[in-house]
Design a protein around this ligand. Structure first.
Ligand code: NFS
Length: 653
């Protein structure tokens, strides 16, 4: 597309969201003259040079812009080709995403170690069984050991994984199918330490070091694997140990979960440590009484972004919305406190909060926001800090103005599908296994499985791609699993309930009915994409669908991504053998060599791909084609005779 076409396209009026609650609040913002991400995105035309990977600003000889006639052949002042520049940009983005997830994981490991040593307030080991399973996976002897000693050993092993002192390979590499591990070893992709891979990526992408695009991107894959099979996987496992392994529960999502007559406190960000304590504090009878003494009917807790997922999965706390809802929640005028820690927190929140009575409270030693109130959180005083924060929210209730407008929209949802629970749900208590899933994929009732994950991005209509793809895939007998803000989207729009079987294809519906599960499963936060890696490995292990993840009829889609973490996740999924499609735009679309490496090149090397396609209908077609190709390769593509389940067959299942 030429620049002028691009400009014309930019001016086309575009729906900002398909969510009626969002539209109501966007209107309210517009009539009050308030700036939001939805208005700023229209005011800020994206730089077309940077948008497609044609700008290198890694040194002071530039920035070098590889544009204009013959751009493909141009180089930077140092001689770096378009391919090298694109590969460096990708590798750095991946390293940024991995650093974010993994730092989160490290903090959970540090909390577990502190719990084991008795240095914390309020935290305990909620799932000792999982602790023992994790210890076993880490080859840590447990016999005759006290629970706290096992916890300390597990936490230390986790920290060693971050530090790179756990050995030559990350511990959880052994969770992948044997064939996958061999591929990683063969190409030097096996991650050695989370920090080490991030540091090496930063080093190799420094000017004058690694100059071979494929070689740089190999390091990108290795770094991403340190997330998917390291930092994020440890974050998930250790969060389950500390806070409990999720089981299905019901809740609601969207701004309608805010309560007009209660103190509304929103937890926003990512790490579950603080939010777990806020959940406890918000249920404290003394604080509830205190809220009542201030004229409120109670304390209402809600979430935004992945913190919302953490407390939804384990406590059923309702999400007020996904990434693009953070400002909209404040615009309701009903939020007494928004408590944030790290990641995906817009700096625009504080100036907006100042126009209302909302108190923005930062809590992480890593993240301060000018103007916000900083109440630093540490494990030793966790519950006291959480209570102090909740009290601040209650005290602020009196300052709420009369102009409150809570959009009355919520979607019912079921969340809480950990990989352990899915295993149990499919196989039953005494023979928990993925066998029924494999069998139904083999017999064709289920054609395949697709993960629809990731963010919102105001460059595209909020939730549109996510909802379209979820609905179309389940219609085509594809089981959908979700995490992150994409899962909130489905929650808001009512897609995470068993009743969605009604629109599912006949085969998928039969299986969902027999098992008693919805056709769209909410697996948790973005670090919980690691649960999907675990499930894929177990499905391979169960047998009948090839001997590696790349043999499975599966795919991953991130329709509305916006950040580096999403790119890190997409890359580790591809490096694990999954076909991954991102929407919005290709951040290195001008770098043909990189585009080719991440598609055809990686297909050959690791059996997965990372491709970008802004058109949702095309994404659907690409993913369905991939599923059919994989079914064909497995020899299970013939349309099997449709046998409807009778009672005996149901019991069998
Ligand atoms: Ni994931 Fe979660 Fe949401 Fe995107 Fe941000 S909250 S870690 S990055 S926007 S899905």
């Amino acid at each position: 597309m030429s620049d002028s076409e691009e400009k014309k396209k930019d001016k086309t009026p575009r729906a900002k969201s398909i969510d009626p609650a969002a539209l109501e609040m966007i209107d309210r913002a517009e009539s009050a003259g308030l700036s939001t991400v939805f208005s700023r995105v229209d005011e800020m035309k994206a730089c077309p040079i940077g948008a497609a990977g044609s700008c290198c600003s890694l040194c002071a000889m530039g920035p070098c812009r590889l544009v204009g006639k013959g751009a493909e052949e141009k180089t930077g002042i140092c001689g770096a080709t378009h391919g090298t520049i694109g590969a460096r940009l990708m590798a750095r983005a991946i390293a940024g995403g991995v650093a974010a997830h993994s730092d989160h994981g490290r903090d959970i490991a540090r909390t577990l170690l502190a719990v084991a040593k008795g240095h914390v307030q309020g935290f305990t080991i909620k799932d000792p069984d999982k602790l023992y399973r994790v210890a076993e996976m880490m080859d840590i002897a447990t016999e005759g050991k006290e629970l706290n000693d096992v916890a300390a050993a597990v936490a230390q092993r986790a920290l060693d994984n971050f530090n790179g002192t756990a050995g030559d390979e990350l511990t959880y590499v052994n969770r992948a199918p044997g064939k996958r591990q061999e591929i990683w070893r063969k190409y030097g992709l096996t991650p050695r330490g989370v920090d080490r891979e991030v540091v090496e990526s930063m080093h190799r992408t420094h000017v004058g070091v690694d100059q071979d695009a494929e070689h740089i991107l190999d390091q990108g894959m290795r770094t991403s694997l340190a997330d998917g099979w390291g930092g994020a996987m440890l974050a998930t496992d250790l969060s389950d140990v500390l806070f409990g392994t999720p089981k299905p529960l019901i809740s609601q999502a969207n701004l309608g979960v805010l309560k007009e007559d209660q103190v509304n406190i929103i937890v926003h960000g990512h790490e579950p440590t603080l939010s777990e304590m806020i959940v406890a504090a918000s249920q404290d009878p003394e604080l509830i009484e205190y809220a009542k003494s201030k004229g409120a009917a109670g304390i209402n807790l809600a979430g935004i972004c992945c913190t919302a997922n953490e407390v939804l999965m384990r406590h059923g706390i309702p999400p007020a919305g996904n990434f693009l809802h953070q400002e909209l929640a404040i615009i309701t005028g009903a939020v007494e406190a928004m408590v944030v820690d790290v990641q995906c927190v817009l700096q625009a929140l504080q100036p907006l909060a100042e126009k209302f009575h909302t108190k923005l409270i930062t809590t992480s030693p890593k993240a301060k926001i000018p103007g916000a109130t900083h109440v630093e959180f540490d494990e030793e005083h966790a519950l006291d800090t959480a209570k102090e924060i909740v009290r601040m929210g209650i005290d602020n209730y009196a300052n709420r103005g009369g102009d409150v407008a809570i959009p009355q929209y919520t979607g019912d949802l079921v969340a809480g599908f950990s990989h352990e629970y899915i295993n149990y749900m499919l196989g039953g208590k005494y023979r928990a296994s993925f066998r029924p899933l494999n069998d139904n994929i083999i017999n064709g009732r289920i054609q395949g499985a697709v993960a629809i994950v990731g963010c919102n991005n105001p460059r595209v209509t909020q939730d549109e791609g996510i909802i379209y793809l979820v609905r179309e895939l389940i219609k085509r007998d594809v089981l959908v699993v979700q995490t992150g803000c994409a899962a909130h989207a489905s929650g808001k729009h009512g897609l995470l309930v068993p009743e969605m079987m009604e629109i599912a294809g006949d085969g998928l519906r039969e299986v969902c009915e027999a098992v008693g599960m919805p056709p769209v499963l909410h697996l948790g936060s973005c670090v919980d994409n690691s649960r999907i890696m675990t499930i894929l490995s177990q499905v391979v292990e169960e047998g009948g669908l090839g001997d590696d993840i790349s043999d499975l009829p599966v795919a991953g889609i991130c329709p509305e991504y916006y950040c580096e973490k999403a790119l890190a996740i997409g890359t580790y999924a591809a490096a694990s053998g999954v076909y991954v499609v991102f929407g919005v735009r290709n951040p290195v679309g001008d770098c043909t060599e990189v585009v080719d490496i991440m598609s055809g090149g990686w297909e050959e090397k690791v059996g997965g791909q990372l491709v970008f396609e802004p058109d949702y209908e095309k994404i659907l077609e690409m993913v369905m084609n991939r599923i059919q190709e994989k079914r064909k390769a497995l020899g299970i593509h013939e349309e099997k005779e449709r046998v409807l389940f009778d009672m005996a067959a149901r019991r069998e299942l």
